[in-house]
Design a protein around this ligand. Structure first.
Ligand SMILES: NC(=O)c1ccc[n+]([C@@H]2O[C@H](COP(=O)([O-])OP(=O)(O)OC[C@H]3O[C@@H](n4cnc5c(N)ncnc54)[C@H](OP(=O)(O)O)[C@@H]3O)[C@@H](O)[C@H]2O)c1
Length: 299
């Protein structure tokens, strides 16, 4: 009999990639606000459920009793969170706390997806044990959620990605796909050259989640690519991988964007622990972009 996994935020970028990783040998129970792209097949069941409804969530978990829970759902609009503080805090802070308690009650392990935004972004890249110091409402809400699951006493792994990218269907925001569309249509783009991180490829993150669950690695893990680069350099690498002209990519500063929420400027995640303890190779950005290109069937 297949093992089963419950995935929150199944329609999102990471949710879709987790389905691809797990559906070959797992029964999938997906939750999201909308029906999304999957429909229902023999081993993928999707239920529309607002995770703020803790009673409905509790009832659903009791009904399906998954072997594990992967919590990817979040309020992810960083700038809008500055105004929608209460909604962001409910989804990113309180929901993870409820999920961890439900997991504990039914003895189901949880993988919780956090973010590099729990750090200030003043002096990255960061190790798992570095001091957390969130700036801005989205970051504070995600830190509250991370704290709650870690303090819950449940079997929990927290994985922190940064600047996640990948392939999926009907996604609302994907930096790579947006950039490819702009460059293919010969439109010039302005990309910040003063925000640094080591982007996380969603497809490989999904594989990392499987290893963490298989090895019962209840701990905090960082996962990104080998090198820390500016967003501008990342954009150049994307153009290069997909054979598009980089002449349309213009470097700007973060202040030019006038964004509502602060951004971590010197971020990035040191992934040595994952590499050593879980023997997961950390790849270069070029290697992972080549995998993405293959995944997107672009020749
Ligand atoms: N993307 C990044 O660059 C990045 C970087 C670091 C960490 N992360 C973290 O990684 C995780 C996955 O990110 P992602 O990019 O895959 O996010 P995403 O594409 O925005 O997907 C999140 C999904 O959760 C759903 N959702 C939101 N509120 C919900 C609720 N109350 N009940 C049920 N479903 C709800 C969303 O629905 P709607 O679309 O309808 O709202 C969406 O389908 C998040 O925890 C995020 O904080 C992301």
């Amino acid at each position: 009999m297949n093992k089963s996994v419950m995935i929150t935020g199944i329609n999102g970028l990471l949710g879709q990639n987790i389905v691809r990783e797990f559906s070959r040998d797992h029964d999938i129970y997906g939750l999201d606000l909308t029906p999304g792209i999957f429909g229902s097949s023999s081993n993928i069941k999707v239920k529309q459920l607002d995770l703020n409804d803790v009673k409905a969530l509790d009832d659903y978990v009791e009904l399906v009793r998954p072997d594990s829970i992967i919590h990817t759902a979040a309020y992810t609009n960083v700038d809008r969170a500055e105004e929608d503080e209460d909604i962001a805090f409910a989804v990113n802070g309180l929901v993870p706390a409820s999920i961890a308690q439900i997991g504990k009650k039914f003895d189901i392990p949880l993988v919780h997806i956090s973010t590099d935004y729990v750090f200030s972004g003043d002096s990255g890249p960061y190790k798992e044990t570095d001091t957390r110091d969130a700036r801005g409402k989205y970051s504070e809400s995600k830190l509250a959620g991370e704290r709650a699951v870690l303090e819950s006493g449940a079997e929990v792994a927290v994985i922190r990605p940064n600047v996640m990218y990948g392939h999926g269907k009907n996604l609302k925001s994907s930096f790579v796909e947006w950039l490819l569309t702009e460059l293919r249509n010969e439109r010039s783009v302005r990309i910040v050259d003063d925000q640094y991180n080591n982007p996380t490829y969603a497809r490989r993150l999904a594989a990392v989640i499987r290893v963490v669950l298989d090895q019962k690695a209840w701990d905090i893990w960082h996962f990104g690519s080998k090198e820390v680069v500016s967003r501008y350099t990342f954009a150049l690498k994307i153009a290069d991988t997909f054979g598009l002209s980089s002449a349309l990519i213009n470097a700007i500063s973060t202040v030019d964007l006038n964004q509502k929420a602060p951004r971590p400027m010197r971020s990035g995640l040191i992934c040595e622990k994952l590499k050593k303890e879980l023997t997961i190779p950390i790849m270069s950005i070029d290697e992972e972009l080549a995998l993405l290109k293959e995944e997107m069937h672009v020749s």
